[in-house]
Design a protein around this ligand. Structure first.
Ligand code: WT7
Length: 690
């Protein structure tokens, strides 16, 4: 019997087989309740799954760790390679004390990820299969693109880019909303070996220009505007001002290709710079629908994606071609138990890593049908997501805990009035999913029959690292369960010593995996310092984590100066530097506080320039400054006026105390005696709600 089997595999504690609620689960009452620790996939699900038992998982996992070269080579052979990789499947130096960090997979192998995403499937008979269903912001506005049509359009864009002089290795910035043109453009860049850098179209012009200045793209690709919910966002205006700022910093942009999104804004109303700006619809359709592929080394860069760290300057995470291709495709297949008949919808924007690996590359490499949604999840009402699920018969639905929690607030009836019977697998990403949100997702959205893949990973990791395999694992609400093939997680203590068994500490990884990032753009030293020096011999994730008695991993959030707001990563230093750029702000200290829907929200302590009074108007202005410099998603929820900040005698701000004040845990302030001016603490508490 399954439970005894799990026990014997040491996946369940011994004696679990006699726990009544577990037996109830086995018998089919698969409701996720408070008391119950494990939620099992149904036998029906497990029997059809790629990996259908913990035993099979352990077999494969063991092989992936004992023989990574053999394990990954076998998987890589399913892709098209113009030339096979060298005998040394991977090189790795993961230990800074032994030299520079140098990760390579399938070096010498010649391939192209766009070819593997599109041409390969068209040639294999999938020409008429739908690649993308596009659902517009407004009800009833939609479009469909087959794999054959995708190939045509990718080729047209690729030909255009080549024609304007974009070559292998050149950067291209993409600042587009969730139109089909976004993944099309990514694939077109990949086809010609250009390195795309997608900037989430919610970033401000300042953030965009910072990225333009850093990677000096040949072209910026955008749209005039987009409608999200009932709001129109004028993207082209943001791009114009970013390009102007970049020019002042010596980086000029000659071409701004602009998609005419007529439903949001007319051409006549779009600000235009003749000579530089070009309408997508005026040029792209004129190009041929075939375009030769640029064959690339597996280690040629595929894209750059900027992410936040603990300093004010975003990091350009670099992913390369071959390993990323093999890893995103494989993780997608197993973590979602993907089958060719599935319809897959991931609610992430392509501007984040989730949209790179699990809207574009992972699913398209598998020949999947992907739903893209342009709009807001609660527009025109809180049932929109389930309306989309029913409309396209979505079977795999991948989203973020923040969305789950926000929809939970509207009540079950927005969910239950839709059928959702097409759903088969649910997924969660971006932050730890709290058990109550997990249960609601499982019981209400998934009708207690769809396993949830809670996938832990990062921009840096390229793909899933710790994730359930839905047919194999008994799940625990709130745990990302166990490592993916080839991943060896290690929990270390403060000194970097690995701890065994049940424990908590810092989450590290012991060896390279194919999807790992290879460097930070233009700053390999920062790459080593940030990720490989804190605990020599390991990659350090920046996350805290515990492992329970059954070997399950529980992520507990960032341990560095990074805040996670609605699954978006924001550096405290970035927000602080935006605040102090305001002429009336002398100093700022930003912390994250727990937030019911967003996970964390931004709480900013600000000290004003001498003699400046604090006012409501100034508060609004400070918030606006952050919106303008970073983007609306980084706006602080709370500005706390701080005539003084708690500092040590050496001048270091004691964030620990600020965090306690921000979350009003005033009886847990701890020792304040080492502060230079202990009285500032009381002053801050008095001003807390003013
Ligand atoms: C950080 C990475 C990777 C996709 C989205 C975010 C947190 C992500 C989980 C999860 C607990 C999670 C971590 C991580 N995180 N997924 N399933 N459980 N925490 O990518 O912007 O690079 O952020 O998001 O703190 O370090 P990212």
């Amino acid at each position: 019997n399954y439970l005894r089997h799990l026990e014997s595999m040491k996946i369940l504690p011994s004696g679990a087989g006699t726990i009544p609620h577990l037996n109830a689960v086995i018998l089919g009452e698969n409701l996720a309740t408070e008391e119950e620790e494990f939620v099992l996939p149904s036998e029906e699900f497990a029997s059809q799954a790629h990996v259908h038992s913990p035993e099979q998982y352990l077999d494969m996992y063991k092989r992936s760790i004992e023989d990574p070269a053999g394990f990954w080579s076998q998987i890589a052979s399913d892709f098209y390679w113009k030339q096979k990789w060298s005998d040394q499947v991977y090189t790795e130096n993961f230990d800074v004390t032994k030299g520079n960090i140098n990760i390579q997979w399938f070096k010498g192998g010649i391939t192209n990820i766009c070819y593997n995403c599109v041409d390969r499937h068209v040639e294999a008979g999938l020409a008429d299969k739908v690649a993308f269903y596009w659902e517009g912001n407004e009800l009833g506005v939609d479009a469909t693109l087959t794999y054959a049509q995708l190939l045509d359009q990718v080729c047209q864009v690729a030909n255009y880019l080549r024609d304007i002089g974009v070559k292998k290795g050149d950067a291209v910035i993409i600042y587009l909303p969730m139109l089909m043109e976004l993944p099309i453009t990514m694939l077109a860049c990949a086809r010609i070996g250009a390195v795309h850098s997608v900037v989430f179209a919610g970033f401000s012009s300042e953030s965009l220009s910072q990225r333009i200045i850093d990677c000096k793209p040949k072209v910026v690709i955008t749209s005039n505007a987009v409608k999200r919910g009932s709001k129109v966002i004028y993207l082209k205006d943001i791009v114009d001002s970013a390009i102007n700022d970049s020019a002042k910093n010596g980086v000029s942009i000659d071409v701004c290709l602009t998609y005419d999104n007529t439903l949001a804004l007319t051409r006549e109303d779009t600000k235009w710079k003749e000579g530089r700006d070009i309408w997508w619809q005026d040029v792209i359709p004129q190009y041929p629908t075939t375009c030769p592929v640029e064959w690339l080394d597996a280690e040629d860069p595929l894209f750059l994606l900027y992410t936040s760290g603990s300093t004010g300057k975003p990091k350009g995470v670099v992913h390369t071609t071959g390993g990323y291709m093999v890893y995103t495709a494989t993780t997608f297949k197993y973590a979602f138990d993907y089958k060719p008949s599935d319809i897959y919808w991931c609610t992430a924007d392509c501007g984040w890593i989730t949209g790179h690996s699990y809207v574009t590359y992972g699913p398209i490499l598998n020949g999947a049908t992907v739903v893209l949604y342009e709009g807001a999840p609660n527009y025109p009402d809180a049932g929109r997501s389930w309306n989309i699920v029913d409309k396209y018969k979505v079977s795999i639905f991948y989203t973020a805990p923040t969305l789950v929690r926000s929809l939970m607030q509207y009540g079950d009836e927005h969910v239950t009035r839709y059928s959702r019977k097409s759903l088969r697998v649910l997924g969660s990403v971006g932050e730890p999913i709290n058990p109550s949100a997990w249960r609601w997702f499982y019981n209400v959205v998934g009708d207690s029959r769809c396993p949830i893949s809670d996938t832990w990973w990062q921009t840096e990791t390229g793909g899933f690292m710790i994730t359930p395999l839905p047919g194999a694992w008994p799940q625990k609400p709130g745990s990302a369960t166990c490592p993916f093939f080839g991943v060896e997680p290690v929990i270390v203590d403060e000194k970097g010593v690995a701890i065994e068994g049940e424990c908590s500490g810092y989450l590290c990884v012991k060896r390279s995996w194919p999807g790992a990032f290879r460097t930070l753009y233009g700053d390999h030293e920062r790459y080593e310092t940030t990720y490989f020096k804190p605990f020599a011999g390991y990659y350090f994730s920046g996350d805290g984590c515990s492992r329970d008695k059954d070997g399950y991993y529980w992520l507990t959030g960032r341990v560095d100066d990074v805040i996670n707001v609605s699954g978006h990563r924001i550096g405290t230093a970035e927000v602080e530097s935006a605040l102090v750029s305001h002429p009336k702000c002398a100093e700022a200290a930003v912390v994250g506080v727990e937030h019911e829907v967003k996970g964390q929200s931004i709480y900013a302590f600000v000290t004003l320039v001498d003699g400046v009074p604090y006012s409501e108007e100034l508060r609004k202005d400070l918030v606006l400054t952050v919106r303008k410099q970073i983007g609306a998603f980084a706006a602080p929820d709370k500005i706390h006026w701080a005539p003084g900040l708690p500092k040590t005698r050496s001048g270091k701000i004691m964030r620990r105390i600020l965090r306690k004040i921000a979350s009003r845990q005033l009886d847990e302030l701890g020792d304040t005696s080492t502060l230079a001016e202990p009285q500032v603490v009381n002053q801050l508490i008095e001003l807390a709600d003013s």
